[in-house]
Write a protein that binds this ligand. Structure first.
Ligand code: S3P
Length: 441
């Protein structure tokens, strides 16, 4: 099958219930926590994507048995010090920043050097943001050009807790330091700008020696050395970052409505919902419940005829960090100018997403004014595309592919969108769900 997709027609009105796949952040964290447990951990609805499989391969390389039986994944943890380190080990994080950065926190006491590599996109991303704090625990790092993969970690058998001020709002940096803190003597104190808190919630659920104080824009986290991690049986809820594509597709198609079942609505992840609600989109959470400290709900969304522009509050930036591309499509149809600022982090993702967001909007005929960290989007409520558009992102960013598909189905035109395989990293059945929505029976 060609590694691209041609879309020539807008989607018809739909009214459906769907399930999207398991949460990526939770799936990767489940693999990593379970790899430290004393005993067998099981998960259901684990996201079967390349990022998660890369995590499984990495943990298997450390001597931990992982098997699948039907739709259940089993990890045979051998305790906190149960990894079997070998000489000349290479771990490939492929496309996953989360895996690459979090796993380093677990490898700080490796007796042999370990090389960490990644794909073309990951090799362009900053790893100094994690190696700098991690080196204060005791290990040493050799990075390519001082900042990038491939890198080598030289572990240290004596690790001491650190003080770390995490200013970016990066859950990956925060989590990596939490993992290293769990292996270290003394106390690790982290002052962290707010970001997704799955790691902390899992530590709390597992009763690990981690305390969290929420303070305004920052959290204070204290971590002590862990002796034992109990096995973690987890039914992974659906990923709001995957749901977001269908929320926007529905919102842009008046007359449609959609229920997305069993989605993780952790407050640190629902920026997209808060922003879309401010823009006038009708969205509701139904059947709310708590599962192992995480909030879960069905999401109901309706197509809108009138979309308001937004001056997006920066306090929502970290909560919506993976959803801005898709939010920009809503802004494209708003009745006025939307403004998103302090979002320079977007250019540090799988590809420079702020630049790409502007590029896609401009190809659609939408005017934008961008800086390195902001974008103004001049919305057009009558937007109707009548031309050919080709999207080819050489870094094969999954979210650029999926955003382009949603734009094509919502605004018309003839779209030739390359790199369909990119969805395998986070949302392999994305196109199948699109097809199910098209078959409106
Ligand atoms: C993630 C954190 C975010 C996010 C990424 C997943 C995580 O990155 O963009 O897709 O699971 O911790 P940063 O922590 O670098 O902002």
């Amino acid at each position: 099958m060609a590694n691209k997709i041609l879309i020539k027609k807008k989607i018809n009105i739909f009214k459906k219930k769907i399930h999207v796949s398991g949460d990526k952040s939770l799936s990767i964290r489940w693999v990593l926590f379970s790899s430290l447990a004393s005993g067998i951990s099981k998960s259901k609805n684990l996201l079967m994507s390349e990022d998660v499989m890369a995590s499984i391969k990495a943990i298997r390389k450390l001597g931990i048995r992982i098997i699948f039986k039907k739709d259940i994944c089993y990890i045979y943890g051998k305790g906190i010090e149960g990894y079997k380190y070998k000489k000349n080990l290479i771990i490939n994080a492929e496309n996953s920043g989360t895996l690459g950065r979090l796993i380093l926190g677990l490898l700080v006491n490796t007796p042999y050097p370990i090389k960490l590599i990644g794909d073309q996109s990951l090799s362009k991303r900053d790893f100094k943001r994690v190696t700098e704090p991690l080196s204060k625990f005791g290990p040493k790092f050799k990075l390519s050009k001082n900042k990038f993969l491939p890198l080598t970690i030289y572990g240290n058998s004596t690790l001491n807790g650190i003080n770390f001020y995490e200013k970016i709002g990066s859950a990956q940096c925060k989590s990596s330091v939490v993992f290293a803190g769990l292996r270290s003597n003394g106390t690790t104190s982290i002052k962290a700008k707010k970001s997704r808190d799955h790691t902390e919630l899992l530590c709390k659920y597992l009763k690990l020696p981690v305390s969290i104080k929420k303070k305004g824009l920052y959290d204070e986290i204290k971590v002590k050395k862990v002796k034992k991690v109990k096995p973690l049986n987890y039914n992974i809820p659906s990923d709001i970052s995957s749901a977001a594509f269908f929320i926007v597709l529905t919102a842009l198609n008046k007359g449609s409505n959609l229920i997305i079942k069993n989605v993780n609505i952790n407050p640190s992840r629902i920026g997209v919902i808060r922003i879309l609600k401010k823009m006038g989109i009708k969205i509701k959470f139904e059947n709310k419940k708590i599962y192992k400290n995480e909030k879960i709900a069905n999401i109901y969304v309706e197509g809108s005829s009138k979309i308001k522009p937004i001056n997006c509050p920066t306090k929502l930036n970290s909560e919506a960090i993976d959803e801005f591309l898709i939010i920009f499509l809503i802004a494209a149809k708003a009745d006025g100018i939307s403004y998103f600022k302090n979002i320079g982090e977007l250019n540090k993702k799988e590809s420079p997403r702020l630049k790409w967001g502007a590029k896609i909007l401009n190809l659609m005929g939408i005017r934008t004014v961008t800086t390195n960290s902001s974008i103004k989007i001049f919305g057009n409520p009558e937007l109707q595309i009548n031309k050919k558009i080709t999207i080819k992102n050489f870094l094969k960013d999954h979210r650029i592919f999926m955003t382009s598909v949603i734009a094509a189905l919502s605004f018309g035109g003839i779209w030739n969108i390359h790199d369909r395989d990119s969805i395998k990293t986070s949302f392999p059945n994305f196109l199948k769900i699109i097809n199910d929505l098209k078959n409106n029976d």
